[in-house]
Ligand binder design. Structure first.
Ligand code: 6PG
Length: 255
């Protein structure tokens, strides 16, 4: 840990070196997972794609401490997906399956990829969630949700000025439009993300520093503004959110 201050909406944890950061995040995951299994018999984990979390997933499966995660009681969900076949190089599920899922003993029926070959993947994915959680009026509380952040402050596949930002009556939405980085996406919506018990945002690398400063500034001056900075719309109703940053993300290239 170091003295850098960065005020973001939620708790901020800064760890200089990436591997040490992954260990902090993994320790948090293990605590939450054990408690969920103890209290409710199962653990609902939602994972993001993109490049940032891949080394974290690999660390989870190679380090003996993290291998003790209660994988058999875990359900694995996707925070978002690109609308491509599962074998496509851009598929988030493909990356997560190769890095993690093939290496852990989670039963196949507890692994929930987005059905991207369906005519309406968002509908189909929400139906899959309703089978597991029941046909609830409110979004279910996922136990631990890992988010990333793009340079444009998108998170999940909630891009600036895109249609999915305004969805209030669904847990999952398809998303496309001029600001959505192709291919079209399927994403958890704010109502589902904000119902989570524990949200974690993993941001690494100096390239993301300017965006973090922009969020800090914008929050100070205007408060949250999801249409411009979608990640500022993530605000858990009853849960908590923690940002896990490495030194370069927190301090920039000169830090
Ligand atoms: C995706 C993600 C997305 C990601 C950000 C950051 O499908 O791409 O789930 O929300 O977290 O785009 O991506 P990087 O980690 O590659 O910078």
């Amino acid at each position: 840990m170091n003295e850098t201050t960065l005020q973001l909406p939620g708790e901020v944890r800064i760890t200089d070196e990436a591997d040490a950061l992954y260990d902090e995040l993994a320790a948090d995951l293990l605590d939450v997972a054990r408690e969920a299994v103890e209290q409710r018999g199962q653990f609902h984990l939602a994972l993001s794609g993109g490049g940032t979390p891949e080394p974290f997933y690999v660390r989870l499966v190679i380090d003996p401490t993290w291998r003790t995660l209660p994988w058999k009681q875990t359900h694995i969900w996707l925070v978002d997906e690109r609308w491509v076949p599962r074998e496509d190089a851009r598929s988030n599920f493909r990356m997560i399956r190769e890095a993690l899922i093939t290496q852990v003993p989670t039963p196949a029926e507890q692994v929930h990829p987005v059905p991207t070959t369906s005519a309406d993947p968002a509908d189909a994915y929400e139906a899959a969630m309703r089978e597991v959680f029941g046909d609830l009026a409110e979004a279910p509380p996922l136990d631990w949700v890992l988010l990333g952040m793009g340079d444009d402050a998108h998170t999940a596949s909630l891009f600036p000025q895109s249609a999915a930002l305004d969805v209030t009556d669904r847990w999952i939405a398809n998303n496309d439009g001029p600001n959505v980085v192709p291919p079209p996406r399927i994403t958890m919506t704010y109502p589902l993300l904000n119902a989570a018990r524990n949200l974690r945002v993993l941001v690494t690398g100096a390239k993301k520093h300017a965006t973090l400063r922009r969020i800090e500034q914008h929050m100070k001056e205007h408060g949250p503004d999801p249409s411009v900075l979608p990640i500022t719309g993530v605000s858990p109703a009853r849960g908590n959110i923690t940002w896990f940053l490495d030194g370069p993300a927190a301090m920039g290239a000169g830090g």
